[in-house]
Design a protein around this ligand. Structure first.
Ligand code: SF4
Length: 398
């Protein structure tokens, strides 16, 4: 009798000792064995009273689901483990404060068909499904991911694509949900191919947490499917350097090696990653695996998430400790998505000290003052512009 193969990773082996290596690296096995109930959780780790109450009190509010892989990253000895805080509910999540919103970004006001949110002039959000590999405790789109909307049926998908086709101003489609990487390659193809055929769709982006929570899903077949529809950008969601494991790195590098650029949007969360040293380490680790730190988001004003919100000043303070102190590629944009649908605004530390007669006075990252003298000529019109505008191709070539 042969001994079954064991896990590739020690933490996985410790948490799910009966799984074989082949099962562990099979994303569908991972999904089938997600930790979904309080009873399952309690068999795997000792919960704090806050967590136990959180599981009970949020049961009707937002589902729980943790892939075995992501679960294996949890520090079972420490309730402030950043993976644990993102995966296991606490009592605070059940508390809704005045002013908190179910739809914090006002997306439902601009949803002309169920699959489309059209808030900005030249881009749309395409909601492809309502399931995820892990239900993040900080999810601000939980009105969709809590279940009930289900995978986009063929008719809704068709209406979404028709909407994009009928709106020539849409040059960028961001596919999200839920997590689009949980679709099979065939279902993804059914979505991507018709979008790619629309002449005015210049680029496609896919928002996914799969490289973080279910990296074994990023197979060569998936990467090839995405590459066919370039220019296509993957926007992933690492929040802490603890999430950057050899498996996550392999997933991101597989995408990049296939010619699919990957960018990261992190969310600033109080006591999870609200520290400049952590964000800097995260940025450096992302760049080492060829992922560009793109946004650092201020937490939205969403129901049950006040305990994770940081003061606005904390994000600015973190940015101040990055800008100039490390490579500019490692400094994400700090963004606030305004409550109620106002859209994104970005923040940065104030470097202009004054506008003086000799020029604009700045302070640099060390606090030293420098004057930037203004030029004598200030006419900034571009004389060739009208020529270029008449000559440029009507439909940009890919
Ligand atoms: S993966 Fe994204 S959509 Fe899904 S629960 Fe997490 S934050 Fe929400």
């Amino acid at each position: 009798m042969t001994t079954p193969e064991r896990h590739l990773t020690e933490p996985g082996q410790r948490t799910f000792p009966d799984a074989t290596a082949a099962e562990w690296s099979d994303w569908r096995w991972q999904m089938r064995h997600s930790v979904r109930t309080l009873a399952q959780l309690e068999q795997l780790l000792e919960l704090t009273p806050e967590e136990r109450a959180g599981c009970v009190e949020t049961a009707e509010i937002f589902r729980m689901g943790i892939s075995p892989y992501y679960f294996s990253l949890i520090d079972r000895e420490h309730p402030f483990c950043p993976v644990r805080m993102q995966a296991i509910p606490t009592k605070a999540e059940a508390r809704v404060r005045p002013g908190e919103l179910l739809d914090p970004l006002g997306e439902d006001k601009t949803r002309p068909v169920p699959a489309i949110v059209h808030k900005y002039p030249d881009r749309v959000l395409f909601l492809a499904l309502d399931t995820c590999s892990v239900y993040c405790r900080h999810c601000t789109r939980r009105r969709i991911t809590k279940g009930g909307e289900a995978e986009l049926n063929k008719e809704e998908l068709r209406r979404g694509i028709e909407y994009v086709r009928a709106h020539p101003e849409v040059r960028d489609v961001l596919i999200s949900g839920g997590d689009p990487f949980l679709l099979s390659e065939q279902r993804l193809e059914e979505l991507l191919a018709p979008l790619r055929e629309i002449p005015h769709v210049e680029m496609i982006r896919i928002g996914t947490r799969v490289p973080v929570c279910l990296p074994m899903r990023v197979t060569d077949a998936l990467a090839r499917t995405l590459r066919k529809h370039a220019p296509l950008f993957v926007v992933t969601h690492f929040n802490h350097p603890k999430e950057i494991t050899p498996e996550a790195r392999e997933a991101c590098e597989r995408l990049v090696d296939h010619g699919v650029p990957v960018e990261n949007q992190a969310v600033l969360m109080r006591r999870v990653n609200s520290d400049a040293r952590i964000i800097k380490e995260l940025s450096h680790a992302l760049l080492r695996m060829r992922v560009r730190p793109y946004y650092l988001h201020q937490m939205d004003v969403a129901q049950g998430l006040e305990h994770l919100r940081t003061p606005i000043s904390k994000g600015v303070e973190i940015l101040e400790q990055l800008r100039g102190h490390t490579t500019g590629l490692a400094v994400p944009h700090l963004a606030v998505d305004l409550p109620g649908g106002g859209g994104k605004v970005t923040l940065q530390p104030e470097y202009v000290v004054e506008h003086a007669s000799e020029g604009t006075v700045f302070r640099n990252f060390k606090g030293e003052r420098y004057v930037y003298p203004e030029p004598e000529e200030t006419d900034c019109t571009c004389p060739y512009d009208s020529v270029w505008m008449s000559q440029r191709p009507r439909t940009p070539s890919r």
